[in-house]
Design a protein around this ligand. Structure first.
Ligand SMILES: Cc1cc2nc3c(=O)[nH]c(=O)nc-3n(C[C@H](O)[C@H](O)[C@H](O)COP(=O)(O)OP(=O)(O)OC[C@H]3O[C@@H](n4cnc5c(N)ncnc54)[C@H](O)[C@@H]3O)c2cc1C
Length: 369
């Protein structure tokens, strides 16, 4: 089966890799370089315990479980260490009521093997002494891990090439070819690429590809700004996730501070307000961060759908056309499971998990022309 994957972010690279392992002849078309957009901009947190639907949580936990094996496999194939850190995340709480709720959540989450614990003030400050004295307790999730997402996307891209994928960079797709109810390939940089199957994995730009064949897919960008502090010697050792900011200590000696969520279209900028709000929240949480040097700042565009859920599956009414996008705040976490379910679905026609909640047809309308 000849497959074209459009978009070399984490979703496109991981999916191309799994498809090639399953025996498909895969070409991956990326208009820039792998990880050039959201996948290179993320913080790399793998935190499956969100407050979304049960279907989302099942998908997230399934992907989280794959990570130790994925990190090992990518290292064996490419030599790249994706810095899979397993120290857990502290979610700060401020009132006795919050701590009681965390205790309930911890009891409810026992079956998930995520190691959820409710900490009182003493526990919190014993484990992370630099946290502000305003923090009166915490939920601790031992199972929340993190990776270096920049390395991860490069590792997936390299692994894909070793598995036989033809990776073409600097190659923007301008049109998806659809005739008589099926796709026959794409036009990229003025050239026709033929295929039996086309997978749209162009992140926040996937709606532009849909427009190219007269359809509308409501995927929009949500800008996220972040910054990094030089973190040697380290001030904190766990990831810390508060309402308005999160902190991720990287083995490389950086502390990532993220992230804004903004509806500003594709404005390619780090703003004064974005940086000041993140820094203010970070210093309120861990006062000692105030003295650390800022090493870099950046932004990225998360692919967002109106229900904040991924869009996965076959395009209704167009044989051979598939979509895998809109992973919003969780694309790094969800990449391994997305790649595996898409591959099994495309190759065998069956999904290994129930994915009705993520089907593209919940949004699709044909444009009346
Ligand atoms: C600041 C920030 C922090 C985040 N933190 C986390 C986190 O901690 N954990 C987590 O799980 N997720 C996180 N995310 C979300 C995560 O980054 C995204 O969900 C994920 O990267 C989406 O991957 P993608 O491959 O769909 O999109 P992208 O990485 O944006 O990739 C899409 C690719 O398609 C290419 N492309 C677009 N149009 C075309 C075309 N016409 N032809 C060819 N190529 C094209 C682009 O160049 C791009 O490389 C964060 C995101 C941001 C911005």
């Amino acid at each position: 089966m000849k497959v074209l994957v459009v978009g070399g972010g984490i979703i496109g690279c991981a999916t191309a890799y799994e498809l090639a392992k399953a025996g498909c002849a895969v070409t991956l078309l990326e208009r820039s370089t792998p990880g050039a957009e959201a996948s290179g901009a993320a913080a790399g947190l793998l935190a499956p315990l969100g407050d979304s639907s049960a279907a989302f949580r099942d998908l997230a936990v399934a992907s989280w479980r794959l990570y130790p094996g994925v990190a090992r496999e990518l290292r064996e194939r490419t030599g790249i260490d994706v810095e899979h850190v397993t120290r857990g995340t502290i979610y700060p709480l401020y009132t006795a009521d919050d701590v009681r709720q965390a205790e309930e959540l911890a009891r409810g989450a026992r079956g998930l093997d995520l190691g959820v614990e409710a900490w009182d003030r003493g526990d919190v400050h014993a484990h992370e002494p630099a946290l502000s004295s305003k923090v009166g307790g915490a939920m601790f999730v031992r199972g929340d891990h993190w990776v270096n997402n920049q390395r991860l996307v490069v590792a997936y891209a390299q692994a894909a090439v070793t598995a036989g994928v033809s990776l073409i960079t600097g190659c923007g797709v301008s049109r998806v070819l659809v005739e008589d109810g099926r796709t026959s390939g794409v036009i990229a940089e003025g050239e026709r690429h033929d295929a039996d199957v086309v997978v749209l994995a162009a992140g926040a730009w996937t709606s532009a590809l849909a427009s190219s064949f007269g359809a509308r897919l409501p995927v929009e960008p949500r800008r996220g700004q972040m910054l990094a502090l030089t973190h040697v010697p380290p001030v904190i050792t766990h990831a810390i996730h508060a309402e308005d900011v999160y902190l991720v200590p990287r083995p490389s000696g950086e502390l990532l501070v993220g992230a804004t969520v903004e509806r500003v279209g594709f404005q390619r900028a780090v703003t004064a307000l974005g940086m000041s709000s993140l820094l203010q929240a970070a210093i309120d949480l861990v006062p000692a961060l105030g003295g650390l040097p800022i090493s870099r700042t950046w932004f990225g565009f998360r692919p967002w759908a109106p229900d904040s859920m991924p869009i996965l599956g076959p395009w209704p009414g167009i044989e051979g056309l598939w979509v895998a996008t809109a992973h919003f705040r969780n694309g790094i976490l969800l990449a391994p499971i997305t790649a595996r379910v898409m591959t099994e679905w495309i190759v065998t026609g069956k999904t290994p998990l129930p994915l009705e909640d993520f089907l593209p047809n919940r949004f699709l309308t044909r444009r009346q022309t």
